[in-house]
Design a protein around this ligand. Structure first.
Ligand code: 3H9
Length: 705
């Protein structure tokens, strides 16, 4: 008779002479303390029960095990530790089989590697993504993976953080057997019985040696040099390489002890805190009041108005989600251009061998172009992506109001215009929402979902449902000039411009920001995006700009010369033919100097630290204003916008998380100090003042949400 023990997150059940251990800890079977206790008990039970001849470990639900419980990091550790549990599994005197039918990630794969045999079903994903959380595999993964798959492959698995398919894992030596279907228990039992019939021995990874140590060490030298170059101030990647080296050179237990010490250093690092914050924040932003209050409307057919770069990029992401798209343009020529813009993306994939011409044809079969709005009368969702002018957009929305079926969701991709005014051009403002994509729209993860005053909850819920289908990271934003991201960007740019005019070169500003962790400094970004874009915005804002506000004209001087950046081969940097990166331009420095002279500014020196402190204080202060005014729901929403749309260094967790780490009191002191020079720009956000007075931080507002 099978025996059952099901009152814990690890259920045990005897099937003949195999003890089946099922981890059942929804949603992803993370290895929290209860699971670790359950696994320990179960493996002890297996050892003690004479009737048990083999053990099978499986996961309930969609995952095998998604790793350690990330929520436990930074809290007091509770025994048993995961390394202890893994060692117990490996030490078991009876063969242990792990049958993997879904994600086996981080500690999940470490559990599987502690088993003696591994079987994978087609949906299995095996990976060690700890590096994405600022960690390294800390339950023996750095010691067992090199012994099973070789040092270099193991290092690459850990450094990339990317999972492998079942087939790839088998080819790499991580998996012993593949099976078809979805039933891990059935396939695992069959495998366990086969092993018992063959009297297969227990087979412990710890007892293996890394093959050809000299060659492995030489390969690790290359990996180490490459990692040092790429990891740009990140803490854990080089520690991973060190652990893998230990796996080659040291006895297993010594390597394990060293792994533990380095893992704990990673856990303590602020980078881990920033990256874990980013992980949860990115999942939290989809939890908005409207999605809780209302169900999304139907979302089966989509239309895009405008076939420029943005419209085409949006069309591509909708097509990639498997939905049909009709694109509306003015005339036959524009339709052809729109279609060409869409096809260009797929042709690029074909050229890189990432798509077949047949697959492109299948996608394009879902695409149609038209000059007639009547052709989109039945669309569930229309996304407008025409020229950024409120009059032009209102005219489009009048047309949409005329033709679209009742209940269709009407979205605008404006990046700063007043969506309430656009909605007012229709007789159905309750159906109008903002969907602010970022360019290139088929690549960038961020989608600001902008919620105008009169929109109904189910339309907002539909927008979030669209983001899910498109695999975007959605963030809810209120209506204001620039929404969350561009509004903060503008203030950051202003702070940078002031620093430049007061004495730093644009190259020094860029370098300081890069050293902080951004891939590019603000002036490199201007050159990449095109200086003319910001110039147009500045001209638009000129009439409403506070006449008392400081205005740095250096960018205008460059634009007046037609120096728009990379596309004109000249901007803040020079881009001579064939040059891969921009080169400093003495003429730009002369323009900067002339502007200073015009205003009577005696240039002063800025340290990297001051440049970063000023840029960050500006971002944080505006981020706080955005939360204070209800434009962003929580500080974490601001963080996610900057992380997924503006290249904010992920290991800092976003500007608000970074502010908490630095200390809000220190940020406020900086702002007050800078205000002595320019009180209008450096006006402390009332939210920061309030939080500092309460002794609170931004995170307290995330928790209350
Ligand atoms: C580690 O293992 C360290 C060890 O080496 C050493 C230890 C000593 N913990 O992503 P989803 C939650 S480090 C806690 O939306 P999907 C997630 O927050 C860990 N919670 O689903 C969400 O919660 P909610 C290494 C977790 O189907 C819900 O589960 N492992 C964890 O799109 C659903 O998640 C990783 O880095 C966790 N480990 O994707 C893997 N994982 O519903 C991280 C998820 O409240 N996880 N949650 O918002 C993933 O990559 C994806 O979640 C996964 C599923 C692919 C598994």
């Amino acid at each position: 008779m099978p025996t059952f023990e099901t009152d814990s997150v690890v259920a045990t059940r005897r099937e003949g002479d195999v003890l089946v251990m099922t981890i059942d800890n929804p949603p992803v079977n993370a290895l929290g303390v209860a699971v670790r206790r359950g696994l320990k008990q179960a493996i002890e039970q297996a050892g003690a029960d004479a009737q048990v001849k083999a053990v099978l470990i499986v996961g309930a639900g969609r995952a095998f095990i998604a790793g350690a419980d990330i929520r436990e990091f930074g809290k007091p550790p509770q025994p048993p530790s995961l390394p202890e549990v893994c060692n117990l599994i490996e030490a078991c005197a009876k063969p242990v089989v792990a049958a993997i039918h879904g994600p086996a990630l981080g500690g999940g794969l470490e559990v599987a590697m502690s088993a003696h045999y591994r079987l994978a079903l087609p949906a299995a994903k095996l990976g060690l993504p700890e590096v994405t959380l600022g960690l390294l595999p800390g339950a023996g993964g750095t010691q067992r993976a090199p012994r099973l798959m070789g040092a270099r492959a193991a290092a690459e698995l850990m450094l990339s953080g990317k999972p492998m398919s079942a087939r790839a894992a088998q080819a790499a030596g991580l998996v012993d057997r593949l099976a078809e279907g979805e039933d891990a228990v059935q396939a695992g039992l069959a495998y366990a019985r086969e092993l018992l019939d063959q009297q297969a021995p227990v087979r412990r990874a710890r007892e293996l040696d890394v093959a050809d140590k000299a060659a492995a060490l030489a390969e690790l030298d290359v990996v180490q040099a490459d990692t040092a170059k790429k990891s740009r101030g990140l803490f854990s990647p080089l520690k991973i390489v060190e652990c893998v080296r230990n796996a080659v050179e040291l006895p297993f237990d010594d390597g394990l002890a060293r792994e533990r010490a380095l893992f704990l250093q990673c856990v303590e690092s602020p980078q881990r805190a920033g990256l874990v914050h980013a992980f949860f924040a990115e999942r939290e932003t989809a939890k908005v009041p409207e999605s809780k209050a209302a169900r999304p409307r139907a979302l089966d057919t989509v239309a895009v108005v405008g076939g420029g770069t943005m419209g085409a990029g949006i069309a591509v992401c909708v097509l990639d989600a498997g939905l049909p798209v009709t694109m509306i343009e003015r005339d036959a020529e524009s339709i052809a251009r729109g279609r060409a813009n869409v096809e260009k993306v797929y042709d690029g994939l074909i050229a890189r061998g990432r798509m077949t011409p047949e697959a492109k044809a299948a996608v394009m079969a879902r695409y149609a172009g038209s000059t007639s709005y009547d052709d989109i009368a039945g669309a569930d969702l229309v996304i407008e992506a025409v020229f950024e002018d409120v009059g032009v957009k209102q005219a489009v929305f009048k047309e949409l109001d005329r033709v679209c079926k009742p209940g269709a969701v009407l979205a605008t991709n404006t990046s700063y215009l007043d969506i309430d005014a656009i909605a007012a051009a229709t007789s159905r403002p309750q159906d109008v929402v903002g969907l602010h994509f970022f360019s290139p729209a088929n690549i960038m993860k961020l989608l600001e979902i902008v919620v105008p005053a009169k929109v109904s909850a189910d339309v907002v819920a539909t927008a979030f449902e669209l983001a899910r289908k498109l695999k975007k990271t959605p963030v809810r934003a209120g209506v204001c000039d620039g929404f969350i991201g561009n509004r903060i960007l503008a203030v950051y740019r202003q702070a940078a411009d002031d620093i430049m005019e007061d004495g730093a070169t644009p190259y020094e500003v860029d370098e300081a920001v890069r050293d902080f962790g951004f891939a590019m400094g603000p002036y490199q970004v201007v050159d990449l995006a095109g200086g003319d874009i910001g110039w147009a915005t500045r001209k638009r804002r000129a009439a409403t700009r506070d006449p008392r506000a400081r205005y740095v004209e250096i960018s205008d001087r460059l634009c007046e010369r037609g120096w728009f950046g990379q596309k004109t081969r000249r901007g803040y940097y020079l881009y001579p033919e064939g040059a891969r990166t921009g080169q400093p331009d003495p003429e730009v420095l002369a323009i900067v100097q002339a502007e200073r002279a015009k205003k009577g500014i005696a240039p002063r020196k800025f340290t990297q630290d001051e440049i970063v402190r000023r840029c960050m204080a500006a971002m944080i202060n505006e981020g706080a204003n955005v939360v204070h005014e209800g434009i962003a729901l929580r500080p974490l929403d601001v963080d996610v916008v900057l992380l997924s749309g503006y290249g904010f260094p992920r290991h800092h967790g976003g500007p608000m998380k970074y502010a908490d780490r630095v200390g809000l009191d220190k940020v406020l002191a900086d702002i007050r100090e800078f205000a002595k020079q320019d009180a209008l720009f450096w006006k402390p956000s009332p939210l920061i003042e309030k939080l500092v007075a309460q002794g609170n931080n931004f995170d307290s507002l995330n928790k209350g949400a």
